[in-house]
Design a protein around this ligand. Sequence first.
Ligand SMILES: [Zn+2]
Length: 242
Amino acid sequence: MTTMSYIDAPSSNFDARNGPPDMIVLHYTGMPTGEEALTRLRDPQAKVSSHYLVEEDGRVFRLVAEERRAWHAGLSFWKGERDVNGVSIGVEIVNPGHEFGYRAFPQAQIEAVIALLADIRTRWSVEDARIVGHSDVAPDRKEDPGELFPWKQLAQAGHGLWVEPPAAPGAPLGEGEESAGVFALQAGFTRLGYDCAPSGVYDAHTAAVVRAFQRHWRQERVDGIADGETRARLIALLRAAS
Ligand SMILES: [Zn+2]
């Protein structure tokens, strides 16, 4: 059992929650340096924040108390909840992101994230199926923490869901398609938590949901096309989550 040590860096960008948090949303900072991200998350003008920021060297900054509602997720949705900030704890993980030179997350940083999740989960009841990325809750707007984030390593450490079902052939579904198969795919995403009301039409939003799913659970292929492997992983995850 490791004892977490936090560096206090309070942000005033928060308001009140209506209940205890039961979800964790992981982000990357998406700015050139961690220092700039920390400054922005504490700037009253920016009106954004997170509960924690994890530096590449493993230092963990505490910005907002877990009991308060930090402003990290914006317009979001998971499992019917639109006030994701109201029910979640937000963790910003320093990485320049796709805009400024996306790169691998150092081991020291990931170990700190794992220790932080373990610590948070001693205080609040958070199911594995409710540990997600920003892109999962806002697939049309966000790409973080992205396809280089080691979700598998997190799950092996006991945090979040991960599945590796046997190879699954099958014709890929893609944008423009209209079928019962597309309806079933959308129903599956909805059951997992995504905002993806079944219509049977594979529209641009469905493709964005598929890309978000792939960034998290099928990282070798982020193309918005639901190939057999993507669909097999979705089905296996639904089993793992229930
Ligand atoms: Zn984010």
